[in-house]
Design a protein around this ligand. Structure first.
Ligand code: C2E
Ligand code: MG
Ligand code: MG
Length: 383
């Protein structure tokens, strides 16, 4: 930082006073500062700060008047820290982290107010906190749902277009929330992915899927269909993931080929673990699909090195089949898929026209409302 911007404050001078409007915080470069407040007319020392400490950041964070007075005990050098430096970082922070910080700040201010004899009002969440509190609540409820096995796993059929048979299913998680009703995985999987909660959620889905495969086998479904499992970033970080999948399959006498792994495109970019994961899956006899192809960053780089077995074309491209550009793009992706020796699964197939066009173009599989909605295992067994 520019030396000229630094402020020198002589010993015995006030940096700011209790009740002042906050304009800036300070980083103490050298010297010592006493922070104190008046308690029933008597000065009460709150802290003595030295080099490296932040001073006056509280008022800058919540824009409330200074709640204490800062006095230079020795000659000091201070670097002013502009409010925007905090504000931008705070705005970019995880809303839960932000809510935690602001809640601590309020708690501290009210303790301070009580100390100085002021009466502090009832604390309730501000509107901006409400979203974060919702998130915290939802996450706690999700943890409970997981403990109480209140999450469902549904199966959506994947049709082999040429043979006209259901070759497999994709496992899709569902949360039947007691008050909110069905919460979409679009909402809660992202939330679970923000913390390590996705790991037990993924484990739960894996076990349920293996139980379902075992039940399909027990009921004599031949050939045994595959079930595709969506895996998230944190699960991929676990080097024992494939080993655990195999252990679950083995314990139920299931062939590894009936479990397929789906990895979403946006995850593939900067994850070196994925190459190792694919190798492990192949050695074990499991296939790996690249999910939502065309939506991530549409970077073809990973396809140079990553040996996917299937490419799942995102539903936005299937929807675009009613336009010449959409048709051209799907054809191009199909040609690329074929050239790479992969199979293509088209996602979000909703109309017979889409299915016919995809079949004519040589697409291998279709998945969507047309081939079937995600349903329970009981529904699959009945069909
Ligand atoms: P995805 O893996 O791409 O799954 C396909 C999504 O498209 C599913 O949404 C499915 O219900 C929906 N879909 C299928 N056919 C159609 C169609 O014809 N039209 C339309 N409009 N939509 C269709 P869902 O079940 O809401 O899942 C959303 C995403 O949540 C999934 O996208 C996947 O990324 C994630 N997810 C779901 N279950 C799990 C899970 O067990 N683990 C992890 N890590 N992620 C999961
Ligand atoms: Mg998927
Ligand atoms: Mg998908």
């Amino acid at each position: 930082m520019d030396q000229a911007q630094r402020q020198r404050v002589g010993a015995g001078n006030i940096v700011f006073r209790e009740g002042d409007a906050p304009t800036t915080a300070f980083l103490i470069e050298s010297g010592r500062i006493a922070v104190s407040t008046l308690q029933h007319g008597e000065e009460c020392l709150l802290a003595e700060l030295g080099p490296g400490a932040l001073l006056g950041e509280m008022a800058v964070l919540d824009d409330a008047p200074r709640s204490a007075t800062a006095l230079a005990l020795t000659d000091c050098v201070l670097t002013p820290v502009d409010r925007s430096q905090f504000a931008e970082r705070l705005a970019a922070a995880d809303p839960v982290v932000r809510a935690l910080l602001m809640s601590q700040l309020k708690r501290y201010r009210s303790a301070l107010a009580r100390l100085t004899g002021e009466v502090d009002g009832l604390h309730s969440a501000s509107e901006s906190d409400a979203g974060a509190m919702d998130k915290i609540r939802l996450e706690s409820e999700l943890r409970m749902a997981l403990e109480n096995a209140a999450l469902d796993v549904c199966l959506q059929p994947i049709l082999h277009i040429e043979h006209g048979v259901v070759a497999g299913y994709e496992a899709l998680i569902r949360w039947q929330h007691p008050e909110r009703g069905a919460v979409s995985p679009g909402e809660f999987i992202r939330l679970a992915e923000e913390t390590s909660l996705i790991v037990p959620v993924g484990e739960y889905v894996l076990e349920r899927v293996c139980d379902m495969l075992a039940e399909l086998q027990r009921r004599g479904r031949k050939p045994l269909p595959f079930i595709a499992l969506n895996v998230s970033a944190r699960q991929i970080e676990d080097p024992a993931l494939v080993e655990r999948m195999l252990a679950h399959l083995r314990s139920r006498g299931l062939p590894p080929a009936c479990l397929e792994v789906e990895i979403t495109e946006s995850l593939v970019l900067d994850r070196p673990e994925i190459a190792a994961l694919i190798t492990c899956c192949h050695e074990a006899g499991m296939e790996v699909a690249l999910d939502d192809f065309g939506t991530g960053y549409s970077n073809l780089g990973p396809l140079l090195s990553l040996d996917f077995d299937r490419i799942k074309l995102d539903q936005s491209f299937v929807r675009a089949l009613d336009r010449p550009r959409g048709v051209a793009l799907v054809k191009a992706v199909l040609a690329m898929t074929e050239a790479l020796g992969c199979e293509m699964i088209a996602e979000g197939v909703e109309t017979t026209d889409q299915l016919r066009m995809l079949g004519e173009m040589g697409c291998d599989y279709a998945q969507g409302w047309l081939t079937g909605r995600p349903v329970t295992l009981e529904d699959v067994l009945r069909s």
